[in-house]
Design a protein around this ligand. Structure first.
Ligand SMILES: [Zn+2]
Length: 464
């Protein structure tokens, strides 16, 4: 399927515009050292793609030193001094590679290798380098420094891109400072709601987003936020390289994961209010316990998720707070925060609707008030693009690397890039699936494999 598609593209292209495709074809052969026609078996000569694993590891270690917590942990929060140093570091590498560097109003950083048909939509890759407090040094970073190494690999091999290739470092994938995840990519994808709310957003020190950006050297005028929006035709494709953040690839001993869909979360805030009272004096029939209502709702979340019948539906009550929170006081208020995810939007939304019905019923039966049921966000899931999946599979096969099609249960900047570009993701194994903690680790071999698959995928897409 994949090889024949590739041949088909070459044949169709050659027929349509003989000269250009002959050039493209020759280039593909020259740079990778293997014939552009593919017999379906991985060609050993594709190993001509040489990754500088030591150099990549050194860069990862250097970047990890820009941290507000001691090694091996990494803490790098949006627009902090360390974040600014990391940004400078990334831009430095981009310039060394000869990429044209641009930054938008909120600090998304773009490094472009201009192709010989620069007017065509570019092939982009990238990820983030911000790190939640006391986390590790690979989450996101592999997708930025690894992407720059992929560009380096292609440059060393003599490859000439037809479509431009671009590496993006996204601003604030993590919600640490302003409670907004994927801030940079969400805005790039044209979220008017976010553009409006950023004018009023403050951190927990009451410092505004605009002032925080200013302190990092980004002077934002409210109208500039719209300049961050990108057109639908900016990118021909977007591919993100990332550690799996789960245990599957390591457990199965498979070096590459090809992501077919990204599950999207919805988050909900719920509050119940009752009368409270003394734990000894108020007898059971007279109570309307807001805490028990919350407990019952937490179990209802689990029930509705399991009733969906799909292993891909997950629900979590990660926050459950009781007021006043004393052992001898009946809870008069309870607060829950619920996270529901699925790759099927309708199935996820059905669960949310059932959770809402349960909240209403529980409040009636327990005679408490349902004072809040607020859906904070309800992002649609994203499917990877068929042509991008084909390109990733083609690359893995050429490299003789076993791969597995899989779903991303965490979400990434790719979820938002999918709104403006055909999207795909490449996963590599990480130690025990650990992420967001100092023990996070990916081996140099696994990173090199990911970089090679990314390089070849981008090369192929660039020539289409
Ligand atoms: Zn990440």
């Amino acid at each position: 399927m994949v090889p024949s598609l590739f041949l088909l593209l070459l044949v169709a292209g050659a027929a349509a515009q003989g000269h250009d495709d002959a050039v493209a074809r020759r280039t593909m052969e020259e740079f990778a050292g293997f014939p552009a026609s593919d017999d379906g078996e991985g060609d050993r000569r594709a190993y001509a793609l040489r990754v500088d694993s030591e150099g990549l590891q050194r860069q990862i270690d250097e970047l990890a030193s820009f941290s507000d917590s001691p090694a091996p942990s990494v803490t790098r929060v949006l627009y902090s001094d360390k974040d600014v140093q990391a940004r400078r570091y990334i831009k430095g590498i981009m310039k060394e590679l000869g990429l044209a560097v641009r930054e938008d109003a909120v600090g998304n950083i773009f490094g472009r290798w201009v192709g010989h048909e620069a007017e065509l939509g570019a092939v982009a890759t990238g990820s983030h380098v911000d790190a939640i407090p006391f986390s590790g040094k690979y989450d996101g970073v592999v997708g930025v420094l690894g992407a720059l190494e992929a560009i380096s690999v292609l440059k060393r091999s003599g490859f000439q891109p037809k479509r431009s290739l671009e590496v993006i470092m996204f601003t604030s994938e993590e919600p640490t400072r302003f409670g907004i995840s994927c801030l940079g990519s969400r805005l790039m994808a044209g979220s008017e709601e976010l553009a409006q709310s950023l004018k009023r957003t403050v951190d927990n020190q009451n410092l505004s987003f605009v002032d925080a950006a200013d302190s990092a050297g980004y002077k934002i005028h409210p109208e500039d936020l719209h300049d961050v929006f990108l057109n639908q035709d900016t990118y021909f494709a977007f591919v993100e390289l990332h550690i799996e953040q789960g245990p599957i690839l390591e457990k199965e001993g498979i070096p590459i994961g090809i992501v077919t869909a990204i599950a999207a979360p919805a988050s909900i805030k719920v509050e119940f209010e009752g009368n409270g009272g003394h734990a000894g004096a108020v007898l059971m029939p007279a109570r309307n316990d807001a805490g028990l209502a919350a407990a019952e709702l937490a179990l209802a979340v689990e029930k509705h998720v399991l009733d969906s019948g799909s292993i891909d539906t997950v629900g979590t009550v990660g926050i459950l707070q009781l007021h006043p929170g004393a052992i001898n006081s009946i809870p008069s208020k309870s607060h829950l925060e619920i996270d529901v995810r699925d790759i099927d939007e309708k199935r996820r939304n059905d669960v949310i609707e059932k959770v809402h019905q349960s909240a209403v019923e529980i409040s009636k039966i327990r005679r408490v008030e349902l004072s809040e049921f607020k859906i904070i966000n309800q992002d649609p899931p994203a499917l990877s693009d068929k042509a991008v999946i084909n390109a990733m599979e083609f690359a893995a096969k050429q490299l003789g690397l076993q791969y597995q099609l899989m779903i991303s249960r965490a979400y990434h900047d790719s979820l938002f890039m999918a709104r403006i570009s055909p999207m795909g993701m490449i996963f590599i194994p990480c130690y025990k699936g650990y992420s967001h903690k100092p023990e996070e680790y990916a081996s140099p071999e696994d990173m090199a494999n990911g970089v090679k698959v990314l390089a070849l995928t981008m090369a192929k897409l660039s020539l289409e």
